[in-house]
Design a protein around this ligand. Sequence first.
Ligand SMILES: [Zn+2]
Length: 203
Amino acid sequence: MNKSKEIESEEDLVLPGDKIAVIEEFVPDDTCYEDEGVIYSTFLGKVNPDSKKHKISVQPLKKYQEVKVGDMGIGLVQFIKKQIASIDVFYINNEYLPVPFSSILHVSEASRRFVRSMFEVTRPGDWIKVRIIRTMKPVYVSLVGHDLGVIIAYCVQCGYELEFKRRNTLLCPNCDTLQPRITSRNFGKPLKLSLGSSLNETR
Ligand SMILES: [Zn+2]
């Protein structure tokens, strides 16, 4: 077995859709694709150019390749609309990914009960525990299942970290307002510990 070498530098990584070369220089293989003379990566991984043979390929990052339906993810909510939330997944099964991938949560997957709007579910800046339900792009996630939901949330008015009041209701200790979220049973702990470093790194 040819065990692929561990990818050490995160800076070498490319995302799916990233431009990696032009067709004048290299011929793409099945790990990348050409569009109007430009070669793009199909995977999250490391670029391997072979200048002698004029071939280029992307070595997929193993962890990302292994994301399966049913895997647990932890992500940061980027934006919401009434029907959907866009979530960047930073952890899969509690393993930190050097480059997050984006996913979509549809309001129909927010709860077993009927939820009218994503504004009752989560807000941008929240950390949320999700289950992967589709691994092809676009990746889809669900909150239906044990322990899933918001684990860390911030006040929409003042930015203070919200406290647990009761299931699906959080309290801002600064504004003294109640704010709806679909909360995980793990809200506030213990996942917060594993997220500590990445919170500080978030740019
Ligand atoms: Zn507040």
